[in-house]
Design a protein around this ligand. Structure first.
Ligand code: ADP
Ligand code: DAR
Length: 345
């Protein structure tokens, strides 16, 4: 392995923290699943426009390559090596249930968590056989769900392009792996081992073997955040009876991208704020103050359409799931107040 050359314009956390000294210290190291630092950084080397640029191949990567992962985790999450993560999945502790009861601004709400199977490699290091075993274990656990969560698993292999495209356009299914995921080694043997589970109403869904082995999703139109969070936490409890998820007291739930560690939760609304959209400085002042992230309406790296934005919690590690959802609720409440104020000017 040679020290990579990063373009001068590179602004990723990889470029910032993968110094020649860190390279020398890590270049010969391998995890128990034979994952190397060259694999961990490949996405950021091939995509210098990455924000982060690194992915873990297994839980052990976060220890073996700590000289690189620790400063990145510290900068992204404000979370240091000696801190412990706490989880709280109790929806009764949410203060507000719906920041837009009249339904004037929030088009839809989605709350998702990432999960990976304990003692399995993560997506960048898993081989085809283990990925298929994981798919079988996960789809088997999903087939036991009852009531509102009851649904069906649809493998991507054999799914018609039309059905796949409709599910993507309707915000239910992940897009085909982008260049960041491709370079991270997350698209191996695509589409084998990947799929989506959903109930009839598509208010409860699970992605299998995309960026993480599970993305457990609760979503619906409108802003009844408590109902959506309650559905999600109930599903997580059911699945935990059959699947062991990778978790440790320092980093919480283990994910391939370090931005998702801890709660691995992104709670988002698609919200119509055309006046704030015309005043991005004010918009971003509010999202920064409430630790929110702005995305377009077709997920990461997409654009806003018709003044609708995807607004979600940015913090995931060192706060609980209730805190993460509360971050989003408090921020969305402030955005709606600001949009209303601009309506009256
Ligand atoms: P993730 O949330 O899993 O990190 P993305 O940001 O790529 O992944 O979003 C995945 C899909 O979820 C996209 O199709 C996006 O449009 C959809 N989505 C995200 N938030 C919402 C929401 N509040 N309402 C409806 N769809 C949403
Ligand atoms: N494109 C990568 C991903 C960062 C966070 N998003 C995830 N994990 N989907 C980057 O380094 O910018």
């Amino acid at each position: 392995m040679h020290y990579p050359t990063f373009p001068k314009a590179c602004t990723s956390l990889l470029c910032k923290y993968f110094t020649p000294e860190v390279f020398e210290a890590l270049k010969e190291k391998r995890t128990g699943f034979d994952f190397t630092v060259a694999q961990a950084i490949n996405s950021g080397v091939e995509n210098p426009d990455s924000g982060i640029g690194v992915y873990a191949g297994d839980e052990e990567s976060y220890e073996v390559f700590d000289l690189l992962f620790d400063p990145i985790i510290q900068e992204y999450h404000g979370f240091s090596k000696n801190q412990s993560h706490q989880s709280n999945l109790n929806p009764d502790e949410l203060s507000t249930v719906n920041p837009d009861p009249e339904g004037e601004y929030i088009v839809s709400t989605r709350i998702r968590v990432g999960r990976n199977l304990k003692d399995f490699p993560l997506g960048p290091a898993i081989d085809k056989q283990s990925r298929l075993i994981a798919e079988k274990m996960i789809s088997g656990a999903l087939s036991s769900l009852e009531g509102e969560l009851k649904g069906e698993y649809y493998p991507l292999l054999g799914m018609s392009k039309e059905v796949q495209q409709d599910l993507i356009e309707d915000h239910f299914l992940f897009k085909e792996g982008d260049r960041f995921l491709e370079a991270a080694g997350l698209n191996g043997n695509w589409p084998e081992g990947r799929g989506i589970y959903h109930n009839n109403d598509k208010t409860f869904l699970v992605w299998v073997n995309e960026e993480d082995q599970l993305r457990i999703i609760s979503m619906q139109e409108g802003g009844d955040i408590k109902e959506i969070f309650t559905r999600l936490t109930s599903a997580i409890k059911q699945l935990e009876k059959q699947l062991n998820f990778s978790y440790n007291k320092h980093l919480g739930y283990i994910t391939s991208c370090p931005t998702n560690l801890g709660t691995a939760m992104r709670a988002s609304v698609h919200i119509k704020v055309p006046r704030l959209a015309a005043n991005m400085e004010k918009f971003k002042t509010i999202t920064d103050r409430y630790h929110l992230q702005i995305r377009g309406i077709h997920g990461e790296h997409s654009k806003s359409e018709g003044g609708v934005y995807d607004i979600s919690n940015r913090r995931r590690l060192g706060i609980t799931e209730v805190d993460a959802v509360q971050d989003m609720i408090d921020g969305v409440t402030a955005l709606i107040a600001a949009e209303k104020a601009l309506e009256n000017t």
